[in-house]
Design a protein around this ligand. Structure first.
Ligand SMILES: [Zn+2]
Ligand SMILES: [Zn+2]
Length: 381
């Protein structure tokens, strides 16, 4: 979907309040509601439908605190972008959410309007399935293969989705007179509306079976448990999702299959923290090592390495080990490993140590502590 300014679509400023967003949405959704355009030309209907979609989409993002935050931060509902070839979205407009196209088709299925006549008895796309997959920090860093188990609706293999027992005929649905649609009054956020909905008895087919298929009880659909292999590339991060085309619920009457959306939840690591492809580890060192410098053994994702801590290192200093981070999803190299040094003061000392330190204390000169000197100068000491 092309990037759009959701605030502009709703005629709002960037700093609009939740109430203003809601009010703007209500006004615009009323104005462009497809029901008001039933007697207009096809071009006008189409335009209203597009506007209505855009308004709904904008509102679905701005009314959801999590999505709004991502949109406000990145200017995109997908958050930071990664290589589209990898099949991974960003933080996903749909984290804990849904596929907008499906939402819109369901809105329009319900509202009827210009589109329903062409869709009557026609194919309906299968819904998407969303699953959360928890993986370890290392699995995210190095990639992995997982098998997940899903329950999905498929066409009944015994009646080919018709619901009719082999050889039996279909008859016209009495509820809708064969049209597949029924009108009803519906209370919505926009007030009371006359909407045309899919017939509940024939599910829009206009026909019902005379003798039910035993396997699916005449539904034409069966729930199947399936195992799906998911290949997770190296470098994925928490909150990203993988779209597996066609692995969702099967469509009805030849509609396309839904997708399987696998949302990744990456468990935190014991010692590493992660930011994009970079990782960080905090290592405590003694004041003596900080003063004299030392060679430090540092854990990495694959084992360990050594780094030189220079003489006179300050607490909080961050040293960089190039290329020891996580593989970038874009495929260009690795991130870095940051080693943050925390100088740890001994929690207890012996009498001898105390004497030595007191001797050491008097030997120091002000110039050896430039930060302290600067602070003292600023505060007039
Ligand atoms: Zn019917
Ligand atoms: Zn069946």
């Amino acid at each position: 979907m092309a990037e759009q300014d959701f605030y502009k679509i709703l005629g709002l400023e960037r700093n609009a309040s939740d109430q203003e967003i809601k009010a703007a949405y209500r006004n615009l959704a009323k104005k462009y509601h497809p029901d008001l355009y039933t007697n207009k030309s096809d071009a006008e209907k189409k335009e209203a439908e597009e506007k209505f979609k855009a308004i709904n989409h904008a509102y679905s993002v701005l009314s959801d605190p999590q999505k709004k935050q991502i949109y406000d931060q990145y200017g995109s509902e997908d958050g930071p972008q990664f290589d589209p070839n990898s099949g991974f979205g960003g933080f996903s407009g749909g984290f804990g959410g849904f596929n907008m196209d499906d939402i819109f088709s369901s809105i329009f299925d319900n509202f009827g309007g210009g589109r329903s006549s062409s869709r009557r008895n026609g194919p309906a796309d299968g819904a998407d399935i969303e699953v959360e997959l928890e993986i370890t920090f290392e699995e995210a860093a190095f990639g992995c293969e997982k098998t997940i188990r899903i329950r999905r609706e498929e066409n009944c293999p015994d009646c080919n989705g018709t619901g009719a027992k082999n050889g039996t005929a279909l008859k016209q649905c009495a509820t809708c007179g064969g049209s597949g649609y029924v009108s009803r009054i519906q209370k919505t956020i926009l007030g009371q509306m006359r909407t045309q909905g899919v017939c509940p008895d024939c599910k829009g087919k206009g026909k019902v079976v005379t003798e039910n298929c035993k396997t699916c009880n005449g539904q034409g659909r069966v729930q199947q448990t399936r195992e799906v292999k998911v290949v997770i590339p190296a470098g994925v991060d928490n909150g990203q999702h993988k779209v597996m085309r066609g692995e969702g619920h099967h469509g009805i009457n030849g509609g396309r299959r839904g997708d399987l959306l696998v949302y990744l939840k990456v468990k935190p690591h014991k010692i590493f923290k992660r930011r994009n492809a970079d990782i960080m580890v905090e290592i405590p060192i003694s004041p003596v090592d900080a003063i004299l410098g030392c060679t430090l053994t540092v854990p990495t994702l694959k084992g360990e390495t050594t780094i030189k801590v220079p003489e006179g290192t300050q607490s909080g200093k961050i040293l960089t080990v190039k290329g020891q981070g996580i593989k970038r999803l874009t495929g260009v190299g690795n991130g870095d490993l940051y080693v943050k040094l925390d100088v740890e003061t001994p929690v207890s000392i012996t009498r001898e140590q105390k004497d030595l330190l007191n001797k050491l204390k008097v030997s120091f000169d002000k110039k050896q502590f430039p930060q302290k000197k600067k602070f003292d100068d600023l505060t007039g000491k």
